[in-house]
Design a protein around this ligand. Structure first.
Ligand code: ADP
Length: 497
């Protein structure tokens, strides 16, 4: 495996070398317990940084700060225009430090530096800019009452911030997921306690510095790194948190729902997937091959919407599978800082074991890897991009979310049965359709039980386009104006005239 000498930005190496504190009420503080935890470089398995380990007491302090900022601090009196300007400025500051964030993301998560430069960071900037615009456009309605004489009552709705929000995010797009959560919360005037994933806390901590530099009042955004079972669970259960927004596994999503019952806080969830990607025989085959390959291999398959069940019409099955296998073999799996890296290591040893465990179980049950099927090398957490055939719907590799670069290619011969097969999953996050036939494309799109359907494309994200899941892929939508509903309460005001 070739490894080029990494050119780490001096700001990044200085930042990484610190013992990282947490951001509570505008101050960088140690954990109440004094404990720290390590985050690892997935390319080498070595310790990358030490970070304050938040737990229940830190969450209590952060929630208290967020509550005070929401109720009585300057944030509670700020104009929507000022709020919007702060959010825009935060976007600009991230843009100014694009290279630094891309490097942090690559070091902590393992993804190729050039992917972080081209995708994670610019999308984050765009996200904050998009929600900056919404801060001045959150409106209620005037409502003519239906059962009363006109002019007897004046009734209207106010759309108000939901309050103190707990946000728990995953490690696959650490900075971007923070933006998905923070953008709408700040636009609507909420205050936040954000818990980054324990595998990848660094970019959120650097973001905390820029939040201060942008001029957000103390306590509006508090950032508490720590483990899920401790800090995350305390945040989800906290009686003074009004809403929890979570992105992660369906399994943990269910725990969040249970934890939220204490004070019946609002819950939004963006969870797992096992997304079907359908290639019909009239598709542009070359486009479908490259699209289906990137649907599963982008971000090493560590995407909740990864196109991991690839249904291909029988007549073209061999050709498509062969094309995807060839694409997989061309992927240069190297550490993220290698300028030629197309795919880095998986994020953690746990994730490596999980993905390899699925590969072993699938192969034992009769699945055949056309390419890949195993770990790559013995240092770091690299896995070979894998295309499996001979799977069936009873196998775990076809049913469960692997969250790695592994696609099950499944032939189908009856187009009438494909909708039922594609929908035969507990998940419903995304789906893809490859065809030249417009009628088929839109008819299928309407029938697929998924929050996003891509036609002749995949993984196209935009701040304006809602994203979220049917079934066990989640509750509510992120992005667009849809997400604003998750961060606001509607108040009806009715006055007798
Ligand atoms: P993965 O299994 O891919 O690591 P998780 O769903 O476990 O994904 O993690 C997503 C986020 O949820 C992380 O920030 C993690 O710390 C947090 N988390 C994990 N377990 C819990 C829990 N019991 N309560 C609250 N948050 C949790």
């Amino acid at each position: 495996m070739a490894t080029a000498a990494p050119a780490i930005d001096s700001n990044v190496s200085r930042f990484v070398a610190q013992t990282h504190k947490m951001l509570i009420n505008g101050k960088w503080v140690e954990a109440a317990s004094g404990k720290t935890f390590a985050t690892f470089n997935p390319a080498t398995g070595e310790i990358l940084a030490n970070v304050a380990e938040g737990d229940r007491e830190d969450i209590n302090r952060a929630v208290q700060a967020a509550r005070a900022a929401f109720e009585t601090g300057p944030w509670s009196r700020i104009s929507p225009a000022e709020r919007g300007k702060l959010i825009w400025k935060l976007g600009d500051l991230i843009d100014k430090h694009l290279e630094e964030f891309a490097q942090l993301e690559s070091l902590d998560n393992g993804k190729p530096l050039r992917v972080a430069r081209a995708a994670d960071v610019p999308l984050t900037v765009e996200h904050f800019h998009y929600y900056a615009g919404w801060a001045t456009k959150i409106e209620g309605n005037t409502i003519p009452l239906t059962m009363q004489a006109a002019n007897k009552y004046h009734a209207y709705t106010l759309r108000e911030p939901v309050g103190v929000v707990g946000q728990i995010i995953p490690w696959n797009f650490p900075l971007l997921m923070a933006a998905w959560k923070l953008g709408p919360a700040l636009a609507t005037g909420c205050t936040v306690v954000l818990k980054p994933a324990e595998q990848t806390p660094l970019s959120a901590l650097r973001l905390g510095e820029l939040i201060q530099e942008a001029g957000f009042p103390d306590g509006v955004v508090n950032i508490v790194p720590g483990y899920g079972e401790t800090a995350g669970a305390a945040l989800a259960a906290h009686p003074d948190v009004d809403k929890v927004a979570f992105t992660g596994s369906t399994e943990v999503g269910k725990l969040i729902v249970q934890a939220a019952t204490g004070n019946l806080k609002k819950v939004s969830l963006e969870l797992g997937g096992k997304s079907p990607n359908l290639v019909l025989e009239d598709a542009d085959i070359e486009a479908a091959i490259s699209g289906a390959a990137s649907a599963i291999f982008f971000n090493h398959g560590q995407c909740c919407c990864a196109g991991s069940r690839l249904f291909v019409e029988k007549k073209i099955f061999d050709k498509v599978v062969d094309g995807i296998a060839r694409s997989a073999e061309k992927i240069r799996v190297r550490e993220g800082f290698d300028p030629e890296s197309d795919m880095g290591p998986l994020v953690s040893e746990e994730q490596l074991n999980r993905v390899c465990g699925y590969l072993e179980s699938g192969i034992k049950e009769g699945a055949k890897p056309v390419t890949g099927g195993e770990r790559l090398g013995n240092k770091g957490y690299f896995v070979k991009p894998t295309v499996l055939v001979n799977t069936n719907e009873k196998m775990k590799v076809e049913r469960e979310e692997i969250f790695g670069p592994v696609v099950a290619a499944i032939p189908f011969s009856d187009p009438n049965e494909i909708v039922a097969r594609a929908n035969d999953s507990v998940y419903g996050l995304a789906a893809g359709i490859w065809t030249r036939d417009l009628k088929k494309a839109h008819t299928l799109a309407a029938k697929l039980r998924a929050g996003t359907v891509w036609i002749n494309c995949y993984n196209v994200f935009d701040a304006a386009l809602p994203f979220g899941g049917y079934k066990q892929s989640g509750w509510g939508r992120e992005m667009g104006h849809e997400v604003l509903e998750q961060y606001t309460e509607v108040k009806s005001v009715c006055a007798a005239l």
